[in-house]
Design a protein around this ligand. Structure first.
Ligand code: ATP
Ligand code: MG
Ligand code: MG
Length: 406
């Protein structure tokens, strides 16, 4: 897969379209958070109908969805009821009921990506076993069942040691670092104990974190977005720079690893492949998300086809769009909750107020009902003619020295 230069499937004919519009198929999305909301926004441009299933009556997607069923995406009966109303079932979160999706598939429900993919990805340990079995380079990892096992892993991999929950992990909640053997038991406790299902990963002293959004069509065609750099703050994605400032060889290697990882999974949709770049130029896979992802938000303004439109095209069997960038450079800055309640809203609104005065800045606010510390409340994308200029635009919002504003 060559980023941005894929030839798209040309076998799709206009006769494949319905008599009116782009698609009559209702897309059902498990989850109605910000990713669901942005899927609905992309869908509205083509008058595609997206229904969401989310327990929160005022979830971010609710106001824009064609329909919102209030209920849990982790409850079998609810998911089955929801599936009856949709033509194709997809996800904006991987922590859904995979067993129900498998059952639905057996009954003929069209799930994209496939339930097998969700099952593999939602258990990070299983995900690692799967990718290592497919020859994808990863940090060394091993399951731990008790403190003795954790100590053995520490002896093997050294310290610091990364402990991870197998399931229900997001935004680093599910990771704990032990700097020495003495810290192992507190790290295990911080993750809720061995009963939660834990494993460890060798610490990777990466020089950069990279990500590639990979789209896969129903005909198995694969198209990769340009490689981006992701910068995390306390384990949470905070800034994304597109394209990543890396040599051509690394770009190719990262794209090849991402392509190979996604090829090993089943079903259509977009996937985000998180990668580590090491000092000696190796690319190691961190994890894959089977859905649109924070590392692809800039694609809304910066690429010909956004990751959200691409996901809809993929699951509906439409031709994949052009993933290449239409602006030379972009930076995405996440608005993370800095404080609980009103003070947090106030700080976010200060940044938004400044961003609205900056050239090339696009403000996204997810309208989450509650402000919480470290919660993703919105994001701002800066586009411009060079990385230097978009960096200056970001700085001017953050009011740092050497900033540029309109
Ligand atoms: P996400 O919100 O991306 O789903 P997550 O909770 O699944 O996050 P990870 O992606 O496993 O968490 O880890 C979060 C961050 O922690 C990574 O982006 C990276 O910065 C750091 N990290 C994870 N694994 C390692 C490792 N083995 N060595 C060093 N740093 C790591
Ligand atoms: Mg994750
Ligand atoms: Mg991650």
């Amino acid at each position: 897969c060559q980023a941005s230069t894929d030839t798209h499937d040309t076998s799709f004919r206009k006769d494949d379209l319905p008599a009116h519009g782009v698609s009559e198929v209702i897309v059902g999305v498990l989850g109605g958070g910000q990713l669901g909301r942005m899927l609905c926004q992309a869908a509205s441009e083509m008058a595609i109908k997206v229904m969401v299933l989310d327990p929160l009556a005022n979830c971010p997607a609710s106001a824009i969805a064609y329909d919102h069923m209030v209920g849990s995406f982790d409850d079998s009966a609810t998911v089955q009821e929801f599936a009856k109303r949709c033509g194709v079932l997809t996800v904006e979160i991987e922590h859904v009921d995979a067993a129900t999706m498998e059952k639905l598939e057996q009954q003929g429900v069209d799930c994209q990506p496939k339930a097998s993919t969700i099952r593999i990805i939602q258990d990070k340990y299983l995900q690692k076993v799967h990718f290592s079995g497919h020859g994808i380079p990863l940090p060394d990892f091993v399951q731990i069942d008790d403190l003795e096992g954790a100590k053995r892993a520490g002896d093997l991999f050294g310290y610091p040691l990364m402990l991870k929950s197998k399931r229900l992990a997001y935004d680093g909640r599910g990771n704990a670092v032990a700097k020495s053997e003495e810290e192992l038991s507190s790290a295990v406790n911080a993750l809720g104990g061995f009963d939660r299902g834990l494993y460890v990963e060798k610490w990777t002293p990466f020089v950069k974190e990279l990500a590639v959004i990979v789209a896969r069509g129903r005909d198995n065609s694969i198209s990769c977005y340009p490689v981006v750099e992701t910068i995390h703050k306390e384990n949470i994605c905070h800034i994304v720079k597109a394209p990543a400032a890396i040599p051509w060889k690394i770009r190719k290697l990262a794209t090849d690893v991402a392509h190979k990882a996604v090829s090993s999974l089943e079903g259509a949709g977009v996937f985000a492949v998180e990668l580590f770049l090491t000092k000696d130029g190796q690319i190691l896979l961190n994890e894959v998300a089977p859905r649109p992802h924070n590392s692809g938000h800039h694609t809304i303004e910066a690429c010909y086809t956004s990751q959200f439109e691409q996901h809809l095209r993929a699951v509906l069997g439409l031709p994949l769009g052009d993933p290449s960038m239409k602006t030379p450079a972009a930076i995405m800055y996440n608005l993370l909750g800095e404080d609980e309640g009103e003070p947090g809203f106030h700080l976010a609104h200060q940044l938004i107020g400044r961003a609205l005065n900056i050239q090339g800045a696009s403000v996204h606010w997810y309208d989450k009902p509650e402000m919480r510390k470290q919660r993703k409340m919105g994001h701002i994308t800066f586009t411009g003619p060079s990385m230097g200029i978009v960096e200056a635009r970001l700085k001017s919002m953050l009011k740092e020295e050497g900033s540029e504003s309109r």
